[in-house]
Write a protein that binds this ligand. Structure first.
Ligand code: ADP
Length: 736
């Protein structure tokens, strides 16, 4: 294993750390390939990956013995490669996903092989609890062997239900083992502290306590259309701040708009040859994606159905390494919505294309290995390089790429801080809708779990080093193995050390941050001065008490919010609109506002007057709700959703504060509403979400007014500024 290592503990922030790397790099004498080889050796001490390299050591010893599973070509299925399969063939026998980690069931007679021990245990039935008890004995034994001695009086181990973990199971098992927590692989009759779901919040129904690793509504929010909508609303308000997301059009509803804008653009400058990438709304792993240069090439219809998709400006000049396009997968933990808490993993993955990049031309538009960085596609190219090293091959650690860029003089501290800003702004764009889902699924005051979630951010660096958001995955792959064809038609699952290095660290440290005992301690400290650095200190203390300090590395997750509240809180304008929406929605588990609720909003916020009667409010409600129902794929539930409410709010703001720029209009109307509602006491207010007991109103609430220096903007008239701005829209203001 040649993973680089460094002790990041000595630095206050990742930026400090990367700055230090940069200085050391500047001191190097000879750049170029020779220096790179040297640098690779030096990386052993320098790279941020070392935080998780300790974990890799712990886990690697236990992974060497994994019995490799040969898989017949016939048994390979799309669903399995997508990571959702429950069952697969091992040596021709059916094997459940339960066997993937920690314990390997090597035959259908349910023998259990414990990784790292070579021991095989017999069990009669997975369903009658025998497997579980067998595992418990094994784990206890392992604990003694690893520890050497007994640790004094221990608190009850944290319990984790892993029965729905699916493809994250192996990484989860390794993490639980490192923490010496207790796993319940087939679930438990009594409640667990943590439920690890492989797909959605609803994987286990009726959870009334504990914590679930998924937020309700996250899958829906991160579908390509909804993400584009959420970011677009922010782009309208904060065009400069949100120019990290490529300009996008939603199909089929914006087909005409897209065609018209491209035509205007080309008419204006005939030398321009923009390329666009078309992505199916619910696609993943590059499925169904294609590039076009002319709107006429859009494949809008599939059979008799109109395809829901996003068509997006294609970034033509990505940064290349070894002439190859690559993208970055970063793991982000949303630890809580209220107060908003965001962590970023210091280590991520980079996925490389397998054909040298050329700017798009009519000839190469269909070359997926040149234009799409998806691992799931490139792994099928003859050029894909599997490597156990973190800084070679078609999948590498992010730190190794940063290090390499640093050695070429790139300001990696700036790259990293731009990425942090991108992540915070994106989460801020998602929060309003997420809060609506949260309140609908877990109404305040009713028993329910709290939620957290690891998201996978896919980021592209442009040639000028500007990070661009490609998409956010609600279920980033946590597989730590990959398939390898060992002879024609025969595939093996083999450990992927690069994946393990990164992913086990992310899961383990997410668990550490969600440890119920640690959360209590964290809460007290964080209420004290709001300093996230304290959280890290508390972590270390907490681990030390448990006797884990020697074996666990410091956290690989770095808090970025509320740490950077001051810099980003002014962006949380739409969240304030959502807070008003939630207040009138009530706590009945619905996500739509009825006409009476909308009237109450108008009345209680004192928005009706001689020029805007209650009858006008009714017409506004009907008009906007109807229009939004036509554009939303899931409009079964009647009523006004948040998007429609935001439209109505923009309309009301524009009416009332005509002379002001858009943001100022909104902020002024928010102040009118909030003042009116504050005067009415707290009777109607929904209580805060129970994500945390230490709700910090200062961080949850908009605190500083935005700098209002943008030109006057009118919703739907304004077009996002971008590095290659398109012409203003031909579409009229639908609100007029
Ligand atoms: P999927 O969910 O199917 O992976 P993505 O949005 O991640 O869809 O796109 C797949 C790949 O296409 C990305 O990994 C990236 O390599 C490429 N890609 C996506 N959007 C753009 C874009 N706007 N410009 C350039 N390349 C892009």
């Amino acid at each position: 294993m040649t993973c680089p290592s460094v002790n990041v503990r000595d630095y206050h922030t990742m930026s400090d750390y990367y700055e230090k790397v940069k200085i050391e790099l500047q001191q190097m004498k000879a750049p170029g390939e020779a220096a790179e080889t040297e640098a690779a050796a030096e990386q052993q001490q320098l790279s941020p990956a070392s935080e998780s390299s300790v974990s890799a050591d712990v886990s690697l010893t236990s992974r060497r013995d994994i019995s490799r599973s040969s898989i017949n070509e016939r048994s390979r299925s799309k669903s399995r490669s997508k990571g959702d399969g429950h069952e697969r063939q091992v040596n021709g026998r059916q094997v459940s996903d339960l066997t993937v980690a920690g314990i390997y069931r090597v035959s259908n007679e349910q023998n259990l092989q414990v990784k790292g021990t070579g021991k095989i245990f017999k069990a009669k039935s997975a369903a009658n609890g025998q497997v579980e008890s067998c595992q418990r004995q094994t784990e206890e034994k392992c604990e003694h062997q690893e520890d050497g001695s007994k640790v004094g009086k221990k608190r009850r181990p944290v319990t984790v239900d892993s029965s729905k973990a699916k493809t994250s199971l192996e990484a989860l098992k390794l993490s639980i083992r490192q923490l010496k927590w207790k796993e319940f692989p087939i679930g438990r009759r009594t409640a667990c502290d943590i439920y690890w779901h492989g797909v959605s919040f609803h994987d286990n129904e009726n959870i009334v306590s504990g914590q679930v690793n998924k937020f309700p509504g996250m899958i829906e929010m991160l579908r390509k259309i909804n993400l584009s909508r959420a970011v677009r609303t922010m782009q309208e308000l904060f065009p400069e701040e949100y120019n990290f997301y490529p300009r996008s059009w939603i199909l089929p509803e914006e087909y005409q708009l897209f065609s018209t804008q491209v035509r205007l653009l080309k008419d204006n400058d005939s030398t321009l040859k923009p390329t666009f990438i078309v992505k199916p709304d619910n696609g993943s792993q590059g499925d169904g994606i294609y590039l076009i240069r002319d709107p006429a090439d859009l494949r809008v219809i599939s059979g008799s159905q109109v395809k829901q998709a996003v068509v997006q400006e294609y970034i033509q000049k990505p940064l290349l390494i070894d002439k190859l396009k690559f993208d970055i997968r970063l793991y982000v933990l949303v630890r809580s919505l209220e107060p908003l808490e965001i962590y970023i993993a210091k280590e991520g993955l980079t996925r490389f294309c397998t054909e040298p990049y050329q700017e798009p031309s009519q000839k190469n538009l269909s070359h997926v290995f040149m234009h799409l960085t998806n691992y799931s596609l490139n792994v099928h190219s003859g050029n894909f390089v599997h490597s156990d090293s973190c800084n070679t091959g078609s999948k590498r650690t992010f730190s190794s790429v940063l290090y390499r860029l640093g050695s070429k003089g790139v300001d990696i501290k700036k790259v990293w801080s731009d990425i942090i800003a991108l992540v915070i702004k994106t989460v801020i764009a998602l929060v309003p809708e997420l809060k609506v889902h949260y309140q609908a699924d877990i109404p305040p005051g009713k028993p329910g779990p709290t939620c957290f979630q690891i998201l996978g951010f896919d980021i592209l660096l442009m040639k000028n080093l500007k990070p661009i958001l490609l998409e956010v995955n609600s279920n980033p792959s946590m597989r730590i193995e990959h398939e390898q064809e060992v002879s024609p038609g025969v595939f093996e699952y083999v450990p992927s050390l690069v994946d393990e290095e990164v992913k086990v660290g992310v899961i383990r440290d997410t668990l550490r941050l969600m440890d119920p005992a640690q959360r209590k301690q964290y809460g007290v400290t964080n209420l004290g001065d709001g300093s996230p650095e304290n959280a890290i200190v508390v972590d270390a203390e907490s681990d030390e008490k448990e006797g884990l300090a020697d074996s666990l590395p410091s956290l690989c997750l770095k808090q970025v919010f509320p740490k950077y509240t001051k810099q980003f809180n002014y962006l949380r304008v739409v969240e304030r609109i959502a807070t008003i929406f939630l207040r009138f929605l009530g706590v009945k588990g619905t996500m739509r506002l009825g006409p009476t609720g909308f009237r109450t909003f108008i009345r209680n916020c004192k928005l009706s007057n001689s020029s805007f009667s209650m009858a006008s409010a009714d017409i506004l409600y009907i008009d906007i709700t109807r229009r939004c129902a036509g554009t939303l794929p899931d409009s079964r539930e009647a009523g006004m959703g948040l998007q429609a409410f935001i439209e109505a709010f923009f309309y009301l703001a524009a009416r009332r504060f005509k002379a002001l720029p858009l943001r100022e209009q909104l902020v002024s109307l928010l102040e009118v509403c909030e003042t009116s509602l504050d005067g009415q006491g707290h009777g109607e207010k929904p209580r805060p979400h129970r994500s945390h007991t230490n709700a910090n109103p200062a961080s949850a609430h908009y605190s500083a007014p935005p700098t209002l220096n943008s030109p006057a903007l009118t919703r739907r008239h304004q077009y996002h500024r971008w590095h290659q701005p398109l012409q203003p829209s031909a579409k009229g203001n639908a609100d007029n």
